[in-house]
Design a protein around this ligand. Structure first.
Ligand SMILES: [Zn+2]
Length: 238
C-alpha cells in the first residue's frame, strides 16, 4: 500500500494514505447498491451473489474482507455508516502503523508516539527551519547512514558500518552520534547547554523536551559546521 517514505511522511503530518478516500467512495457505492429496492436488477443480483460466494472474487466480497481487516465490526449486509467506518479504519491504521517490520519505521516511531501533526510543524513558522527538522527526523539529512543507502547496491554496506569519517570513534554516523556524541561539536553543545542539561540521551527526549525553534537553530549550526568539515575533506567550498 505504501512506500516506506510515505509511511513516515504521513505519520509526521498525522495524515492517512489516499486509499482511505477510495474506500470511502466504494462504501458509499456499496450503500447505494444495497439500498436498491428492485431485487431483480442485474447489478443488485450480482452484488448479492458476489457477497455470498467468495469464489467469484466480486468487489462486494472484497469490501467484506476489508471491513473484517479494519476491526470495524460490521458485516457487508449492514447499512454502513461511512463516516463511522472510515473513522474506525483510520483509528485502526493509527494504532498499527508502527508495526511495520522495516527498521526505519522502528527507529522513527519513538519520535512520533501519537499519530497527529508533529507539534513543530505548527510551532516553527520558518519554512527552512521546518524543512530542516523534518528531514532530520525522517532520516533524509545527508549523514552517512543516509547517503550510504543511496549508493549503488554493490557499494552499499550495512547501516552499522557507515562510520563517521570526521572523528576516530568508529561510530556509525547516525542522528544519535550527530546530536550527542560527535567530539567536533563539543563547542556547539556547550553553546546549547540548555538543550542537553538533564536530558536523557535519546532523540525522542531531544525533540519533545525543547522548543522546536531552538532545535531548528541547533541543527542549522551543527550542519553548517559539518559542511565546513566536508569542504575541508573534499576541497569544495561549503
Ligand atoms: Zn564522529
Amino acid at each position: 500500500m505504501d512506500s516506506i517514505a510515505n509511511v513516515i511522511v504521513l505519520a509526521e503530518s498525522g495524515r492517512f494514505p489516499l486509499c482511505f478516500c477510495w474506500w470511502q467512495q466504494i462504501l458509499r457505492y456499496h450503500n447505494r447498491i444495497n439500498d436498491l429496492s428492485d431485487d431483480e436488477r442485474l447489478i443488485k443480483c450480482a452484488f448479492v451473489e458476489g457477497m455470498h460466494n467468495p469464489a467469484y472474487l466480486f468487489w462486494s466480497h472484497k469490501v467484506h474482507t476489508w471491513l473484517q481487516g479494519q476491526a470495524v465490526g460490521l458485516g457487508i449486509e449492514d447499512e454502513l455508516d461511512v463516516g463511522t467506518v472510515i473513522g474506525s479504519a483510520k483509528n485502526h491504521y493509527a494504532q498499527t502503523w508502527h508495526q511495520n517490520s522495516l527498521n526505519i519505521v522502528a527507529r522513527y516511531q519513538p519520535l512520533q508516539p501519537e499519530y497527529v501533526l508533529a507539534p513543530y510543524l505548527s510551532a516553527v513558522k520558518g519554512f527552512k527551519s521546518r524543512k530542516l527538522i523534518s528531514r532530520f527526523r525522517c532520516g533524509c539529512h545527508g549523514l552517512h547512514v543516509d547517503t550510504g543507502r543511496l549508493l549503488p547496491l554493490a557499494q552499499q554496506v550495512p547501516r552499522e558500518q557507515r562510520h563517521c569519517v570526521f572523528c576516530a570513534s568508529g561510530s556509525t554516523e547516525d542522528e544519535h552520534h550527530f546530536v550527542f556524541d560527535f567530539p567536533a561539536y563539543c563547542e556547539y553543545r556547550n553553546k546549547f547547554t540548555n538543550i542537553f542539561w538533564g536530558l536523557a540521551p535519546t532523540l525522542s527526549s531531544f525533540y519533545t523536551l525543547h522548543d522546536p525553534k531552538v532545535i531548528a537553530r541547533f541543527l542549522r549550526e551543527y550542519f553548517e559546521h559539518r559542511n565546513t568539515l566536508v569542504a575541508a575533506q573534499t576541497g569544495h567550498s561549503p
